[in-house]
Design a protein around this ligand. Structure first.
Ligand code: FES
Ligand code: FES
Length: 162
């Protein structure tokens, strides 16, 4: 299939990439942008490991065609930290040992960041509901939920920069 050039803003930088009509955003991010923090878990929208923000909304990049996001702003896990400072959600995951093997962590953090952007003080139930599409084989989720609630308590809501 004939490639097409699309324009993306990736973590604040303007990018021009050549993609085939059937290229998934996930593969473009990992293989062309070399941002491998975004994980290829299931590839069918069931694990949450590939979550990125598209124009501020959390999306599963394994279900998005790259051509469909021409002209839009993508933020990946690599784009959350600024000026060598981790995002407060990332800090909270470290402080609360919410990371074990780490495979689910980028997706968990991108979803958690999106939750706090729209709801800065979620309840435990709201955190669990929002993250229910993100699967973790290691932690049992308790430490992850605790980390998100701690980030909220520290006033981490609405701090993401696009
Ligand atoms: S890789 Fe996208 S949801 Fe699993
Ligand atoms: S920390 Fe291993 S899958 Fe979540």
């Amino acid at each position: 299939m004939k490639p097409r050039v699309i324009h993306l803003t990736v973590n604040g930088e303007q990018r021009e990439v050549s993609v085939s009509p059937n290229d998934l955003l996930l593969n473009v991010i990992r293989e062309q942008e070399h941002l491998t923090g975004t994980k290829y878990g299931c590839g069918i929208g069931e694990c949450g490991g590939c979550t990125v923000h598209i124009d501020g909304q959390p999306m599963l990049s394994c279900l998005v065609l790259a051509v469909a996001v021409d002209g839009r702003a993508i933020v990946t896990i690599e784009g959350l930290a600024r000026n060598r400072q981790l995002d407060p959600v990332q800090e909270a995951f470290l402080d609360h040992s919410a990371v074990q093997c780490g495979f689910c962590t980028p997706g968990m953090i991108m979803m958690s960041r999106a939750l706090l952007n729209e709801n800065p003080r979620p309840t435990e139930h709201e955190v669990r509901e929002f993250l229910r599409g993100c699967l973790c084989r290691c932690t049992g989720y308790v430490s992850i939920v605790r980390a998100v609630l701690a980030a909220a308590e520290r006033g981490a809501g609405g701090e993401e920069r696009s």
